[in-house]
Design a protein around this ligand. Sequence first.
Ligand SMILES: NC(=O)c1ccc[n+]([C@@H]2O[C@H](COP(=O)([O-])OP(=O)(O)OC[C@H]3O[C@@H](n4cnc5c(N)ncnc54)[C@H](OP(=O)(O)O)[C@@H]3O)[C@@H](O)[C@H]2O)c1
Length: 242
Amino acid sequence: MSEQREIVVTGGGTGIGLAIATRFAAAGERVTVTGRRKDVLEAAAERIGARPVAFDASDPAAVQAALAELPERVDVLVNNAGGNTDRVREAPAPGDLRGVADAWQANFAANVLSAVLVTAALEPRFADNVRVVTLGSIAAKQGSGSYGAAKAAIEAWNTDLARRLGASGSANVVAPGVVLDTEFFHGTLTQEWLAPRLAVAFDQRAGTPEEVAEAVEFLAAPGAGHITGQVIHVNGGAYGAR
Ligand SMILES: NC(=O)c1ccc[n+]([C@@H]2O[C@H](COP(=O)([O-])OP(=O)(O)OC[C@H]3O[C@@H](n4cnc5c(N)ncnc54)[C@H](OP(=O)(O)O)[C@@H]3O)[C@@H](O)[C@H]2O)c1
């Protein structure tokens, strides 16, 4: 039997991250899940047989402090933590530039810094033939303000990471379209928002966390290393890759 791989899934306590962590744990890998809410994380980790390490991935000091709890060797890093912070904030009033700046910085921190900081912290521990998979979004191509801009930044960052890893590993972005059954919408989902987005998908439906996890598992396979520096779309055809 081949040696168990050490897998780290940020934001692994809920939604897509939990589906990814569940899949790797069921395949017999050693899985560490991270997130800010200790109680949510510990309950999820216990259910699936993973190790929980609670910290804020967008806070440099918190990431640094968590290093002692994270694996000494990392075979697969899934930068999944993130989300659209506009969904949990009041929209800034017209002319409130402080509010505009705060909203943009929140999405940048949640989606860009979280991946950049955890990767920078763990890079010295990367095993040979490491796999890094980071969650982007269809929003990088289609808008959604500071959230889409942050996910677009992830694509540029991933290109550099893939180049830096060279022959020693791979780095890719998995960009889902609409995925239901996660905490992403924080109770803000409306039919008015959802219906036109499902209508443009060739299969006329939302994706599931498991379908995104399937793509992540494929990219994380030891034999998948020649696929690197790419953005893999999982959206039922709602955005055609080009
Ligand atoms: N659902 C969709 O339609 C969709 C579409 C495209 C892309 N995505 C992307 O897919 C990823 C997973 O989202 P999801 O839909 O599964 O939503 P979710 O259920 O809200 O999952 C996000 C996870 O990230 C964690 N997280 C957020 N900020 C964090 C931080 N600063 N430090 C540590 N952990 C943090 C959250 O836990 P805590 O709150 O406890 O920290 C949560 O477990 C995100 O990157 C999201 O942008 C989602």
